[in-house]
Design a protein around this ligand. Structure first.
Ligand SMILES: [Zn+2]
Ligand SMILES: [Zn+2]
Ligand SMILES: [Zn+2]
Length: 219
């Protein structure tokens, strides 16, 4: 089942323009750029404004006309789930989202651990960005294994808090609980420039090949 999420069209100008992170309930999504918008859009006839803006035409964003209207490809916008890394607030297991994860009755990704009783996953509140504005997921599998410099063959990641380390980022850690591995790394220096290395994959949310490296921001 796919779920319908909505916001007012005025919010599309600010704060939820294309590329912005959109919070809808517990979900975190990014509005795709206009190359993904419906092609046929209603024109706004305001000659002076059109001339001032130096554009060929002004167009209205796609809208679902009423509260009970049905979103269709021609009247709605595509968003992508971002960040893709999510965790379960109950068992703390980290998971990189795949579209199959929300093919269920609720239409949102849920924990696969039976004892969590389909607890809804929440997004990790850190993203990576570079100076050019590329926005990507933090590679948590890399982060957990950064001291080992190699991701083990069966990473099993958990987002844990370290006891007795206060309430700062140093009290949070990513642990690999694969019995043969045990790598872990705290978030203490994750906001440092270059914490993930200096390369960037030059991709944005929605791009398929993502190997993120860059600056990390807390949302
Ligand atoms: Zn769980
Ligand atoms: Zn591991
Ligand atoms: Zn970049």
């Amino acid at each position: 089942m796919s779920k319908t999420r909505s916001f007012r069209s005025s919010q599309l100008i600010s704060p939820f323009g294309p590329g912005a992170i959109l919070d809808v309930g517990d979900e975190s999504l990014v509005v795709m750029d206009i190359s993904h918008w419906p092609k046929k859009l209603e024109e706004i006839k305001l000659e002076r404004l059109t001339r001032e803006a130096g554009v060929y035409a002004l167009k209205r964003p796609p809208v679902v006309e009423s509260q009970f209207g049905t979103p269709k490809p021609y009247n709605s916008l595509i968003t992508v789930r971002f960040p893709k890394w999510m965790f379960c607030p109950k068992c703390r297991k980290l998971k990189k989202w795949r579209s199959d994860d929300e093919k269920n009755d609720s239409g949102v990704p849920v924990c696969s651990n039976p004892s969590c009783k389909k607890r809804v996953l929440v997004p990790m509140r850190f993203v990576a960005a570079c100076q050019k504005g590329h926005l990507q997921d933090v590679p948590w599998d890399y982060w957990a294994h950064r001291e080992a410099k190699k991701i083990c063959d069966k990473p099993d990641l958990y987002f844990r808090s370290a006891k007795g380390k206060g309430s700062g980022l140093g009290a949070l850690k990513i642990c690999c609980e694969n019995p043969g591995c045990g790598a872990e790394s705290s978030l203490a220096d994750i906001l440092n420039t270059g914490a993930l290395g200096s390369r960037c994959s030059s991709t944005q949310p929605g791009s398929q090949k993502v190997i993120p490296k860059g600056i990390v921001m807390s949302l």
